[in-house]
Design a protein around this ligand. Structure first.
Ligand code: SF4
Length: 525
């Protein structure tokens, strides 16, 4: 039977009177007060209640209380046992969750786990994040016209395995699941295989130490193939870990010369390969390691340190694979905030977000992306380029970096050029760094040519060196503080969960927690 209490209506008697005026006031102005007023009342409990009969069966715990507790668990990075204890004994939690019944105080960790699974299965973490954040923005009247976006890499609670380790763990996981879900099929597994791969006891078992990898990989790969073929077309094929075995085989092995098994060399294996069957969705990036990427967009105000400022609120959060580039993250972020009616006018971001296609898309929505453009390779190498030449308003070269005026300048259909005096260029002290000087040294007529698109890029690069641009762009750096707080205050770098749904829930609720904590600080000031 569903049990949903109305948390928007106050009680007839003040249950917090015994705290005294000062302590009650402190409670009210703490994060608990913000949580009780702005989070608890916005939770989509009706969606969760669809899982339960309206009248039949044992009454559920208060759905708002249990959902709120799942959020607080992530904010404070607690285990299930610690969360249940906080629900039972922590007075701040009682206030934040507006607990009014003894039954809710006696929640068990099993209850917490099963409701958390419901929240994950129904994708409520995303809905809760959006609804509560939009509510906070509306209640505090926050300005969303300026926002900044960045990404950060983080890991789930997953052990990184060697290649041999991945094979052994995947086979072991399948055998364990087979025993539980298809006991009849399990009878067909040789006990010797169970000893080697699951129990890992006695001679010839897999210790999965790095030293063993090269020697025993073919044996484990052969076993993987044998298991896939043995259970193909049986009930075992429907078990999730059977799919993981097939995926691992496709990623790491291939059949050559008719029927011979070949293990792919590491550089043939894709970056988003499966490393650990416990977290098959994590992926690998050469610079950042293995895990996930969080895309975070937040509001900001152009107020310098020391002045009173409104809180920066994270408006958008998404979880991506390590293999997805930041360039691809801008459009989904703008789509979402536009749909929610909190579209910015200006977004500051790093170079990848400011890709040409993203700028064009943003402009069509009336959004300006303030991001440095990718400088051409020639420009970055320290050589002289079109940026170092003086041009007039029409794009014709007036003077070279050494002050030489071109002999002729021309505008063609798709490009422009400027020709210089060969003898001057050949003796110029910048000749080795200048495209014209290099030509002159080779005995070719010195000439600088550039396409019209390159001219646009030059203007942009020069604009990015102006005080006006640098003053706009400097506000991007503030998001690094947000990433640091997420990782160190809210322990995003020490997640207790693995698997994309659980990691996604933890990330969203931690970000939501950051919003709540920031609003509480602002309101208390
Ligand atoms: S090499 Fe020629 S074009 Fe280049 S800087 Fe020297 S004088 Fe100017």
């Amino acid at each position: 039977m569903r049990r949903i209490r109305d948390h928007s209506t106050g009680e007839m008697f003040n249950r917090w009177e015994h705290l005294g005026q000062n302590r009650a006031k402190r409670l009210q102005s703490s994060w608990a007060g913000v949580f009780r007023t702005h989070v608890l009342t916005k939770l989509p409990v009706e969606k969760l209640s669809e899982e339960f009969d309206p009248v039949m069966g044992r009454p559920t715990v208060d759905l708002a209380v249990v959902t709120g507790a799942i959020i607080l668990q992530q904010i404070f990075n607690l285990t299930d046992r610690e969360t249940v204890e906080a629900i039972a004994f922590n007075i701040t939690w009682h206030y934040a969750l507006d607990i009014r019944s003894e039954a809710d105080l006696e929640m068990t960790d099993r209850t917490l786990r099963s409701y958390r699974k419901l929240v994950m299965d129904r994708g409520l973490d995303e809905i809760i994040f959006r609804d509560v954040t939009d509510g906070l923005i509306k209640s505090l009247g926050l300005d969303t016209s300026k926002q900044r976006i960045d990404s950060t890499a983080f890991k789930s609670a997953m052990r990184e395995l060697t290649r041999l380790g991945t094979f052994v763990e995947t086979i072991s996981k399948f055998i364990r699941e087979l025993k539980r879900k298809a006991p009849m099929e399990y009878e067909r597994v040789d006990p010797e295989i169970v000893r080697k791969y699951v129990d890992r006891e006695g001679e010839g078992c897999f210790g999965v130490r790095p030293i063993e990898t090269g020697k025993r990989l073919p044996e484990a790969a052969g076993m993987l193939r044998e298991m896939i073929e043995m259970f193909r077309g049986t009930d075992a094929e429907t078990i999730e870990s059977y799919g993981l075995m097939e995926r691992l085989f496709d990623e790491q092995c291939e059949i050559v010369d008719g029927n011979e098994l070949r293990i792919r060399i590491p550089k043939e294996v894709r970056c988003d390969n499966m490393n650990n069957p416990s977290d098959p969705d994590s992926s690998y990036n050469g610079h950042k390691g293995r895990g996930y990427t969080a895309q975070v967009m937040e509001t900001y105000t152009e107020v310098d340190h020391g002045e009173k400022k409104v809180p920066d609120i994270v408006t958008y959060v998404a979880i991506n694979k390590m293999t997805e580039m930041d360039t691809q993250a801008m459009k989904p972020a703008l789509d979402e905030v536009e749909e929610r009616g909190i579209k910015p006018e200006v977004v500051t971001a790093d170079t990848p977000y400011g890709a040409y296609a993203n700028r064009v898309d943003a402009l069509s929505r009336g959004v300006e992306i303030v991001a440095p453009s990718q400088p051409p390779q020639y420009y970055r190498s320290g050589m002289l380029s079109i940026e170092h030449f003086e041009l007039d308003a029409d794009g014709f070269v007036i003077k070279c970096p050494a002050g030489q005026v071109p002999k002729t300048v021309n505008a063609m259909k798709d490009r422009m050029d400027a020709r210089f005096e060969k003898s001057t260029c050949a003796t110029c002290e910048l000749a080795h760094f200048c495209p014209c000087g290099k030509r002159a040294l080779k005995g070719v007529k010195p000439r600088l040519w550039y396409r019209y698109k390159r001219l646009e890029r030059r203007n942009r690069l020069l604009y990015e060196q102006t005080a006006e641009f640098l003053d706009k762009y400097r506000w991007r750096a503030g998001i690094e503080g947000t990433m640091s707080r997420l990782k160190h205050w809210l322990k995003l770098d020490r997640l207790r969960v693995r698997g994309r749904p659980a990691v996604s829930l933890a990330l969203r609720f931690k970000v939501l927690g950051l919003n709540v904590l920031r609003c509480a600080t602002y309101m208390a000031a």
